[in-house]
Write a protein that binds this ligand. Structure first.
Ligand SMILES: *Cc1c(COP(=O)(O)O)cnc(C)c1O
Length: 440
C-alpha cells in the first residue's frame, strides 16, 4: 500500500499490524475467513464512489451503466449457484438482511417470528428481545433438546401453538446437520414462511457437504463473508416454493431493502460478492468445502481423545462447541489464554449453560479460515494438542463465585497471562507453524 503508507502512516501501520496478527495466529473463529486478493481488489475499487439507489435499470441516480452490469452479474451468479429464481444482493450485512425479510413478511407488533434462543445458538436477529427484530415484532423462541440437538417435535408443537408468521432455522453455534425438510413440513403445517439463515454454512451447501434448504424453505438468507469467503455483506433469496406461496415476495423484499431500510447499495461490495461467487463455482471451492468438514471431524476426534466434552458429541459441519465444565475452566479464561498462545477462538455459551453470556462455560471453534490457509487433518491434530496444553495450563484459574469480583479478577488474569512462559512458548511454535500457511 505505497500510497497509504505516505498519506496516512498511522492507518497503514495498523493494517500491517493486523496482517501480521492474522499471519501469525490460527484463526478458529467459525464465522471468519480469509478472502482472496481478487475479492479485496474489487472491494478496494472505484466502485465505492458510486451512488445507485434502486435496482439495475431502475435507478434513482444517473451514471449506472457499469454498476448495473456488476449487480446483474452478481445476481446471475448467485441464482445459478443456489438454483433460485430471485436474489437481492444489496443487504449491507446479515443483520439488516434479516430485518428486511421480516419487514417484507410481517406486520410490526402483530406477527410472530419463531427462532432459536440466543443462548442455544440462535442469532440476535432471530427475534431475541435484545434485538429490534424481537422488539418491532412479536417473537417466540425455541430451545435445543437435552442432548444438544434440535428437537423437531418440540418445534412443531410450539409452532402449532404460537402460529408464527416466520420460522427461522439456521444458527451460529450448531455443530450438526439441519433437517430443512422437516422444518419445511412444520412451516407448511402452520402456514408460516420458512426462513433458512445459512450464513454459517453457505460454503458447505455450495460444496454439497450440507443439504441445501432451497427445496424446502421459502426464503434463504446468507451472509457473504463466512464460509462463502467473500466481502462482508449478505444476500436474500426467494425459492420456487417461496414464489408459489407469494408471487409478490421478491417485490416486497426489494422494497424492504430500499426504501424500507437502506439507501444506496455498496457497489464495491456487490462486485466483491460477484468475485466470491465466481470463485465458489470452481472445483477448488468444492474441495475446500469438503476439507472444512474433514478438518472439523479430525479436530473433534483429537479433542475427544484429550477428554474434551463436545456438545452433541461431535460435529457434522465446520464448527465445534466445547463445553469446558468438566475441565473446570471458564470459557472467558480459556479464550484469553488461547489467544496468548496464538489460537483465536470465541468464548461461547453451551446448551443449558448455568453461566451468563459474558462468562460462558464453553468455547466455539471452527475450521473455515484454517482450511483456506491449506491446513489439513494432520495440522488439526497438532492444533488440538496445543488447545489441550493451554487448557491444562490455566486449569487452576478459578473465576470468582462472587459476580462483583469477576471483572477485577479478569483484569489481573489478563496481565498475568501475557507473561506466562508456557503459553508464550506455544505462541512461538504457532508462529513457526503458521509461516508454512500464508494467508492469501
Ligand atoms: C453472522 C450471522 C448473521 C448476521 O450477520 P452480520 O453480518 O454480522 O450482521 C445472521 N445470522 C446468522 C445465523 C449469522 O451467523
Amino acid at each position: 500500500m505505497p500510497k497509504l503508507a505516505t498519506s496516512d502512516p498511522q492507518i497503514a501501520s495498523l493494517i500491517k499490524q493486523e496482517e501480521k496478527r492474522q499471519q501469525e495466529n490460527i484463526d478458529l473463529i467459525p464465522s471468519e475467513n480469509h478472502t482472496s486478493k481478487a475479492v479485496r481488489e474489487a472491494l478496494g475499487s472505484v466502485l465505492t464512489d458510486k451512488y445507485s439507489e434502486g435496482y439495475p435499470k431502475k435507478r434513482y441516480y444517473q451514471g449506472n451503466r457499469v454498476v448495473d452490469k456488476v449487480e446483474i452479474l452478481a445476481q446471475e451468479r448467485a441464482k445459478k449457484l443456489f438454483d433460485v429464481p430471485y436474489v437481492n444482493v444489496q443487504p449491507y450485512s446479515g443483520s439488516p438482511a434479516n430485518l428486511a425479510i421480516y419487514l417484507a413478511t410481517c406486520t410490526p407488533q402483530k406477527d410472530k417470528i419463531m427462532g432459536l434462543k440466543l443462548a442455544f445458538g440462535g442469532h440476535l436477529t432471530h427475534g431475541q428481545p435484545q434485538s429490534s427484530t424481537g422488539q418491532f415484532f412479536k417473537s417466540v423462541l425455541y430451545e435445543l433438546g437435552k442432548d444438544g440437538l434440535l428437537d423437531y417435535e418440540a418445534c412443531e408443537k410450539l409452532a402449532l401453538k404460537e402460529k408464527p408468521k416466520v420460522i427461522v432455522c439456521g444458527y451460529t453455534a450448531y455443530p450438526r446437520i439441519i433437517d430443512f425438510k422437516r422444518f419445511g413440513k412444520i412451516a407448511d403445517k402452520v402456514g408460516a414462511y420458512l426462513l433458512a439463515d445459512i450464513s454459517h454454512i453457505t460454503g458447505l451447501v455450495i460444496a454439497g457437504v450440507h443439504p441445501s434448504p432451497v427445496p424446502y424453505a421459502h426464503i434463504v438468507m446468507t451472509t457473504t463473508h463466512k464460509t462463502l469467503r467473500g466481502p462482508r455483506g449478505a444476500m436474500i433469496m426467494v425459492t420456487e416454493k417461496g414464489l408459489k406461496k407469494d408471487p409478490n415476495l421478491p417485490k416486497k423484499i426489494d422494497s424492504a431493502i430500499i426504501p424500507g431500510l437502506q439507501g444506496g447499495p455498496h457497489d464495491h461490495q456487490t462486485a466483491a460478492i460477484a468475485v466470491a461467487l465466481r470463485e465458489a463455482q470452481s472445483k477448488l471451492f468444492k474441495t475446500y468445502g469438503e476439507q472444512i468438514v474433514k478438518n472439523a471431524k479430525a479436530l473433534a476426534s483429537a479433542l475427544i481423545e484429550f477428554g474434551f466434552d463436545l456438545t452433541s458429541g461431535g460435529t457434522d459441519n465446520h464448527l465445534i462447541l466445547i463445553d469446558l465444565q468438566n475441565k473446570k475452566v471458564n470459557g472467558a479464561i480459556a479464550a484469553i489464554a488461547l489467544e496468548t498462545a496464538g489460537i483465536v477462538v470465541n468464548k461461547n455459551g453451551v446448551p443449558f449453560d448455568p453461566m451468563p453470556p459474558f462468562y460462558p462455560s464453553g468455547i466455539r471453534i471452527g475450521t473455515p479460515a484454517a482450511t483456506t490457509r491449506g491446513m489439513r487433518e494432520k495440522e488439526m491434530t497438532k492444533i488440538a494438542a496445543w488447545i489441550n496444553q493451554v487448557i491444562e495450563e490455566v486449569k487452576g484459574e478459578k473465576l470468582p463465585e462472587d459476580k462483583e469480583k469477576r471483572s477485577d479478577f479478569m483484569k489481573l488474569f489478563k496481565t498475568r497471562v501475557v507473561k506466562n512462559k508456557n503459553l508464550l512458548a506455544i505462541a512461538k511454535e504457532v508462529r513457526a507453524f503458521c509461516s508454512k500457511f500464508p494467508i492469501p
